[in-house]
Design a protein. Structure first.
Length: 398
């Protein structure tokens, strides 16, 4: 337990900071006091990055970049949640006490300063565990985690989106079930699961559960396509690494634009953002299926020159790949229509956008990705953005 003395002292300092926060004004004065105490804590073995994290959070509050509620909740999540993680053994299952402790203490911290914003807390906790999983092994994880959580929470705190507590609870439960099942079937690693959880919460809260089901259909299609003749693809050297297990880069590259569409729709109510969402998800599905199944369609043609290239070459397309890409876009768009998210006109636009997006992916792959400008995740993000904007523009024109 000696190694936990530092985190325990950091936790005590965080609790004291939360307790005195409403009592000391102006903000810069509290910030100065917390930074001074953290400087002393910095001298104690095992507290270096916890102390730096507290200093960063306090400095942001003192500069007026964080509200009092976000300052208090961030301390609770990053410092107290981290202490619970370490006490429980510092392994995969330790994320459970991290999440529970961070959620409870952050809600209480916000309540103590007169604010109740559970959506902000949940998103802050998910950002914390995502950064911890993605940066696992780095000494400065806690410092980056503190900055990321503070900025993410402040963003959603300022958006001040009103959400029914029942809907938020439902979103949390659905997302939890999805994460547990995905972890069991090794669909994604921990960073991928936590990033998918953030997307799931945002889709359900800012739009509704049907949008999440559409995104879930894409994930299922992608997973099935990845497993399609996996051994043959592995023998050819074109299979997904790590057995097809996705990380946060892949999840965000394929889901970020669609999630932005859902958030914008929730804030504005403009139907064009439904098309943005559908076009991006259809593009992601079409591209993933085309890449995983189309690669088995023989030697592809490079989309820019139509020359024969080896399977797996960036920008290579096959007839099989184009066919399954169109089928995936149709499946996503018909699902959106069947669920009542879109009408038949936007469903058709979604199909066109999906096919357009996957070919933009091939074009970017053959040019910019082959030159090293983009990695695979960057190419995917460009493709989903292109498909989403294509659908949005068409929706505004019809």
């Amino acid at each position: 337990m000696i190694r936990e003395t530092g985190p325990a002292l950091a936790t005590v300092l965080a609790l004291l900071g939360i307790l005195i926060a409403p009592l000391i004004q102006p903000a810069w004065l509290l910030s100065l006091l917390v930074i001074l105490f953290s400087g002393v804590l910095l001298l104690i073995k095992g507290t270096r990055y916890a102390s730096i994290s507290i200093i960063v959070i306090a400095a942001l509050y003192g500069l007026g970049l964080l509200s009092l509620a976000v300052f208090a909740a961030t301390l609770a999540i990053v410092v107290i949640g981290e202490f619970a993680f370490r006490l429980s053994g510092d392994h995969a299952r330790s994320y459970v006490p991290f999440i529970l402790t961070a959620c409870i203490t952050a809600v209480l911290a916000m309540w103590y300063v007169g604010v109740f914003s559970p959506l902000t807390v949940i998103l802050g906790v998910l950002v914390a565990v995502l950064l911890r999983a993605a940066l696992n092994g780095r000494d400065d994880t806690l410092m980056i985690e503190g900055l990321g959580v503070a900025m993410a929470m402040q963003l959603f705190y300022e958006i001040d989106y009103s959400v029914d507590l029942g809907i938020l609870t439902m979103a949390a439960v659905i997302t939890l079930v999805f994460v547990v099942l995905s972890y069991r079937f090794r669909v994604a690693d921990l960073s991928g699961l936590f990033s998918a959880a953030i997307i799931g919460i945002l889709l359900i809260v800012f739009a509704d559960v049907r949008w999440f089901l559409i995104m879930l259909l894409f994930m299922m299609l992608g997973s099935l396509a990845t497993k399609f003749r996996y051994r043959e693809k592995d023998a050819l050297g074109v299979a997904q690494s790590h057995g097809g297990v996705r990380g946060y880069f892949n999840v965000f590259a394929n889901g970020l634009v669609g999630t932005a569409g859902a958030v914008l729709f929730g804030i504005t109510g403009h139907p064009a953002f439904i098309a943005l969402f559908l076009g991006s998800v259809a593009s992601a599905a079409a591209d993933t299926v085309a890449s995983e199944i189309g690669v088995m369609g023989g030697d592809p043609y490079l989309i820019t020159t139509l020359e024969r290239v080896r399977p797996g070459t960036n920008g290579g397309v096959t007839v099989l790949g184009e066919g399954v890409a169109l089928a995936a876009a149709v499946a996503i768009s018909l699902a959106a229509w069947a669920l009542g998210v879109v009408g038949p006109d936007i469903a058709v636009i979604g199909i066109l956008a999906g096919f357009f997006g996957t070919n933009v992916d091939s074009l970017v792959g053959a040019t910019l990705e082959n030159k090293g400008v983009f990695g695979n995740a960057g190419t995917n993000l460009v493709a989903t953005l292109a498909g989403g904007i294509f659908a949005l523009v068409l929706a505004l024109l019809v």
